[in-house]
Design a protein around this ligand. Structure first.
Ligand SMILES: [Zn+2]
Length: 389
């Protein structure tokens, strides 16, 4: 256990708590100051950003070019503000089975799974890493209960707080309904995947508590979370500057879903992330903020634009089917998990079942089928292969 890191995180958490009482004007001033510091640091210390932002040093953030994951990984060595930090070295470190906790005794290294394309690698100094951990801590704290341990033997430990991927929340809810899991958590945190209304309903039925949605990414740390009033996710605007945009990177007004989210991570220095592109679909809430937090509200993340299936449309051309369409139906199945794969013009559905699962029938299940069939109605004769195992 790294004592100095723990004390840094505790200190950061105190700082973050103080910001939760800021006025809108205080938050805006903080964002302006931190954005200026980050941009100044990036063009001074990173050879890539010197060129990338050349002539735009005083332009508004929204006029700067977008940093995609591909650009980030293609130019990693030039983006890095530490000349000793090279991608090849980091990748070799990640592949070593006996690698210590830190790279070069200085950097904590986070790597994405590569599930949505290319793998991203982000090294962080103690200051940056503690900011990331504190951002996750904030999300847990907003549940109103201290962070519990995540363990496999939940029945033995009877946790107060469960923190899990949305699909795991759903699976645990089904286990609870089947009577095999007997826990009564006072808070359930769901992160990293789409928490659909159906999965939320299953969790509420299992534990009589609404799950808390948390939105975070490996590259950026925590981005948003629900407060205890569950009126949407508050963006961590003291830590990141989020921009909801469309496919052409044009800003999208509140109330309209964007197809991409650009994230500027204010504390990023080793690998400055300025307008970093995430292919997540997010919608900013309209109307006034109903609670005391100064942070804007966003609706649930509807999943990644990358994940949409592109099918031939009945009228020619193609039609994009968002995964949320499948969630609406397949989350109601009595299954441990499911997967829809597109194989050319074939859709293959795979379901996994636990032995002797009994799950109470979901209310209004039949009504919910209408939604995907409407969405899929525009598609030309799709032979659907369903294989159950
Ligand atoms: Zn709130």
């Amino acid at each position: 256990m790294d004592v100095s890191l723990v004390s840094r995180v505790l200190w950061q958490r105190r700082v973050l708590r103080g910001r939760e009482r800021w006025s809108g004007a205080e938050l805006a001033a903080h964002q302006r100051r931190e954005e200026a510091r980050l941009r100044e640091f990036a063009v001074t210390r990173s050879p890539f950003y010197r060129r990338f932002h050349e002539g735009l040093e005083h332009a508004p953030l929204g006029e700067l070019p977008v940093l995609t994951k591909a650009t980030l990984m293609d130019n990693f060595d030039q983006i890095s503000t530490d000349p000793a930090l090279r991608l090849a070295g980091l990748q070799a470190y990640l592949e070593r089975p006996d690698a210590g906790p830190k790279f070069g005794s200085r950097y904590w290294v986070a790597a994405t799974s590569g599930s949505s394309g290319r793998k991203a690698v982000i090294p962080s100094t103690a200051a940056e890493w503690s900011a990331v951990i504190a951002s996750y801590g904030r999300a847990s704290e907003w549940t109103g209960w201290p962070l519990g341990e995540i363990v496999t033997r939940l029945n033995a430990l009877r946790p107060d707080v469960v923190v899990a991927y949305a699909s795991m929340v759903r699976a645990l809810a089904a286990e609870q309904a089947a009577g095999r899991l007997r826990i009564s958590p006072r808070a359930v945190n769901s992160s990293s995947e789409v928490l659909t209304p159906e999965a939320r309903m299953m969790a509420e039925r299992a534990w009589q508590v609404p799950p808390f949605n948390v939105y975070a990414a490996t590259e950026t740390g925590g981005i948003a979370a629900e407060c205890r009033y569950h009126h949407g996710m508050h963006l961590f605007e003291d830590l990141v500057i989020p921009e909801v945009v469309d496919d052409a990177y044009r800003p999208v007004p509140a109330g309209t879903p964007g197809t991409r989210l650009l994230v500027t991570v204010l504390a990023s220095r080793t690998i400055p992330l300025i307008r970093y592109e995430m292919t997540d679909r997010l919608v900013l809430a309209t109307g006034p903020n109903p609670c005391m937090l100064p942070f804007r509200l966003a609706g649930a993340v509807e999943g990644r634009t990358d994940d949409a299936l592109v099918l031939p449309a009945a009228r020619g051309g193609s039609i994009g089917i968002h995964p949320v369409v499948f969630h609406k139906v397949l989350d109601l199945l009595d299954a441990a998990g499911w997967q829809v794969r597109q194989e050319g013009t074939l859709l293959r559905l795979r379901c996994g079942y636990w032995p002797s699962t009994r799950y109470p029938p979901a209310p209004r299940a039949s009504g919910r089928w209408s939604s995907p069939s409407r969405s899929l109605a525009g598609c030309r004769g799709m032979p659907a292969v369903i294989r159950v195992r």
